[in-house]
Design a protein. Structure first.
Length: 91
């Protein structure tokens, strides 16, 4: 019951402080606009190769970043400049 109450408090704070702010819209735009530009200007015959290599690089980057944070090789002291799209659920 306490977990649910804490989650609802966090969700409420996220809805009031983050959702639909200019930073939230900026994050949405920075996520969607590059894909639209890529769809317009890509070489049609290279799409598969570009998607595979881009996905591999993105997954590798996230994995290595998480490993570095978990091993305390680096950390992020400041809050992110662009808030999360969705509230984080931590256990």
């Amino acid at each position: 019951m306490e977990y649910h109450h804490a989650f609802m408090d966090r969700m409420s704070a996220w809805e009031q402080e983050v959702l639909f702010t200019w930073q939230w819209w900026l994050g949405i735009g920075l996520t969607i606009i590059p894909w639209i530009i890529w769809l317009i200007y890509r070489k049609k015959d290279s799409s598969g190769r570009l998607l595979y290599s881009g996905t591999f690089v993105a997954l590798l980057s996230v994995t290595l970043d998480n490993i570095g944070v978990q091993l305390s090789l680096w950390n992020y002291l400041k809050a992110p400049a662009i808030p999360a799209y969705f509230p984080m659920i931590s256990h």
